[in-house]
Design a protein. Structure first.
Length: 453
């Protein structure tokens, strides 16, 4: 059943009296994958999805940010969530990205083994087509880590996977706070006008709003048993991105193997980062660059003519844009907070983040240019003006076996609560540098498996 809360808020409805097996708050990729997996395993499950946005129209909300600015259009409030904008360039978390490369280097930060994550990727790939099985793990014999990325040119809105005959979905309905009483969980609408009840509840509100919903519930003196309140919202991360500049003397034949290409409505490229031994030895991160061919219109026309002399001229005129995508060290000073219903984000580069960018850009120039000393356009400076939010909001509700330093346990249950779970990039204990949606959906399938047991 599909219900518009805006048309219902002053009326009585049976939906407020129903008792569900599961309430899922948020209808983005996390919520949709979770519901699909629960239903496929336990057909008779009674599920309610609650969505703040409209069924079709999108809305956006401002985030007040210090240092790195969070873009207005970095989250969409609508059925399908931010996948209504984009979510389809994918690759996988490397095993070493799940480990800290800055201290205690052997530890796994995630309460999950890498091969279990890979097994979940295979499952979500079948259903939502993230191209995981098409990703090639090639050996290139260059002194860098190389990982392939594939995306579709048109966004796959997860709304299309929702079947309203399988579940109830109520939209235009913002949940303001949550609570639990013995074996009942409740989701309250604004001003506590209504509530919905279920045995179990899962918060899938995206990287920022998931944290805000928990913060507001604590402010409203709900979920009193929640543990480790002092770290909620901390260790927030993103994948800041910017143009490092241009390679004017590129080793074209070499770069061709890695550059961004568009073929049959798909995007392919290889991300190039520092060798993992180097990352571990010098406390660096897995930030990566991608090469984008950049030649004028005239050169593009000439390159279609198959004359050897012309080909040589063209080769000299081709330059490459070098685009950087950063991993961020989980840093306790980077945070999401809620004050007077406004969201504030503090997100600043650490010394390790900056050192990684500097070393990576130097190594890229030295290896991929045939004239590194003359490369004047590849400079790491004025980044404050160039840097962009990648719309990948992660961390703030750490997922870890460390009881004192986390908010979410290995089963994605909120520590201290009995029946409330989280599935969102807010739980990521490290950001890696890979686009997050396939990993979020992998966590959803894992959680579904646990919930239906
Ligand atoms: C421009 C752009 C490009 C991107 N490109 C990529 C990419 O190429 N690859 C990739 O992997 N990722 C990409 N992303 C990120 C991707 O969109 C997110 O990782 C993904 O959508 C997260 O899914 P989610 O379900 O966790 O959250 P969301 O998609 O954000 O969904 C959360 C849902 O919860 C709802 N909600 C929030 N608060 C409440 C509340 N209090 N009550 C009720 N409902 C609520 C929201 O309205 C929303 O529908 C991109 C994002 C943007 C904006």
């Amino acid at each position: 059943m599909k219900i518009n809360y805006a048309q219902l808020s002053n009326k009585k409805s049976k939906i407020f009296e129903k008792f569900y097996d599961f309430i899922i708050i948020g209808s983005g990729p996390a919520g949709v994958t979770l519901y699909k997996d629960i239903i496929s395993k336990k057909k008779k499950s009674k599920i309610l999805i609650i969505e703040e946005g409209d069924y079709y129209k999108k809305k956006y909300k401002k985030v007040f940010s210090k240092y790195l600015k969070i873009k207005l259009k970095s989250r969409a409030f609508t059925v399908g969530g931010s996948s209504s904008i984009w979510s389809n360039i994918s690759s996988y978390f490397e095993e070493f990205e799940m480990q800290p490369r800055w201290n205690n280097k052997k530890k796994n930060l995630w309460p999950l083994k890498h091969n279990s994550l890979i097994a979940e990727y295979k499952k979500v790939d079948k259903r939502f087509n993230f191209f995981f099985n098409k990703l090639k793990k090639k050996k290139f014999h260059i002194p860098f880590e190389v990982r392939q990325f594939i995306g579709s040119m048109y966004p796959v809105n997860f709304r299309k996977f929702i079947n309203e005959n399988e579940i109830d979905i109520i939209y235009n309905c913002k949940i303001n706070s949550i609570d639990e009483y013995r074996k009942i969980t409740r989701a309250y609408t604004e001003k506590d006008k209504h509530y919905f009840s279920a045995k179990k509840m899962i918060i899938c509100c995206g990287g920022i709003e998931t944290i805000n919903l928990i913060q507001n519930s604590i402010y409203k003196k709900r979920i009193k048993n929640i543990q480790n309140k002092n770290i909620i919202g901390k260790f927030f991360m993103d994948h800041p991105k910017f143009n490092l500049g241009y390679l004017q003397y590129p080793k074209v034949e070499l770069i061709k193997k890695f550059e961004l290409v568009k073929k049959r409505n798909k995007i392919f490229y290889y991300g190039i980062s520092l060798e993992k031994s180097l990352q571990k030895k010098f406390n660096l991160l897995n930030s990566y660059i991608r090469f984008e061919k950049s030649s004028g219109k005239f050169i593009k026309i000439l390159s279609k003519i198959n004359v050897p002399i012309l080909k040589n001229i063209i080769k000299k005129k081709v330059s490459y844009k070098v685009r950087l995508f950063c991993e961020m060290e989980p840093n306790i000073h980077n945070s999401v907070t809620l004050k007077n219903k406004k969201t504030f984000v503090k997100l600043r580069f650490s010394k390790i983040d900056i050192r990684t960018i500097k070393i990576l850009s130097r190594e890229i120039k030295n290896y991929f240019s045939y004239n590194p000393d003359q490369e004047k356009n590849l400079k790491f400076k004025n980044i404050r003006n160039k840097i962009e939010d990648a719309s990948h909001h992660m961390g703030g509700l750490r997922y870890s076996n460390n009881q004192k330093l986390s908010n979410v346990d290995r089963n994605l249950k909120i520590r201290g609560l009995r029946n409330i779970y989280v599935c969102s990039s807010a739980v990521f204990p490290s950001s890696g540098s890979v686009n997050p949606t396939m990993t979020i959906c992998a966590l959803s399938t894992r959680l579904a498996n646990f919930l239906v047991k």
